[in-house]
Design a protein around this ligand. Sequence first.
Ligand code: ADP
Ligand code: AMP
Length: 224
Amino acid sequence: MRLIFLGPPGVGKGTQAVKLSQKYGIPHISTGDALREAVAKETEIGLKAKSYMDRGALVPDEVVIGIIRERLDRDDCKDGFILDGFPRTVKQAEALDEILKAMGVELDAVLNVEAPDDVIIERLSGRRTCRSCGRVYHIIYMPPKKEGVCDVCGGELYQRDDDKPEAIARRLQVYKEQTAPLIEYYEGKGKLHRIDGSQDVDGVFRQITGLLEGEKADYEKEEG
Ligand code: ADP
Ligand code: AMP
């Protein structure tokens, strides 16, 4: 299965992508995670990306397209993948179309997760991220067992700089200007599905799996 998660920052894309990746055994590919790792390791890409990320701006298209091109070329993507946080501009979507064409594969679905701004702001403000493994928590909705400590790896939980108020406002504006046009882009291709992201984590997951099981049944019928 080849899926894209579309939607504003903080709507819950990563949370759902991790669960789907476990259910279907396909990799979860997050450009945000890849970039944060590059920043932490101070690689050339990381050094270039940091200033954009800190102020809530998008990293230049060619940088993220390069990351995705390399990642989709790996063996573990041959049976499917879940893209989270990519594409974020029409230029990135067009580059992805070309990459998939060269691979001889097609997208199965684009999941557009939606929620009102007040819900998104509350989720982003309460998000805490593990410095070691990147797992995401929420101080109210998904608290760790022990405050400040990752349940999975024992790493330290921190608040991302771009989850602080000034950067949140900027990111929501960037989403509306540069990423929201992708809704129309994928609607035009007949791939878009709307998901109500304002429900709790299990409620959102049920919507997505219900939809994908239907898609899978259709696909299997067509294939005979
Ligand atoms: P995104 O990947 O879209 O930026 P995340 O998956 O990181 O969003 O979620 C943002 C924050 O909201 C995290 O703190 C996460 O724990 C929390 N969260 C995610 N989904 C839900 C939900 N359905 N209900 C409440 N909180 C949620
Ligand atoms: P995320 O973890 O998806 O919220 O991404 C965090 C930050 O990484 C964004 O605010 C951007 O600065 C950068 N980023 C992640 N994905 C992309 C992308 N596809 N295009 C440009 N910048 C990105």
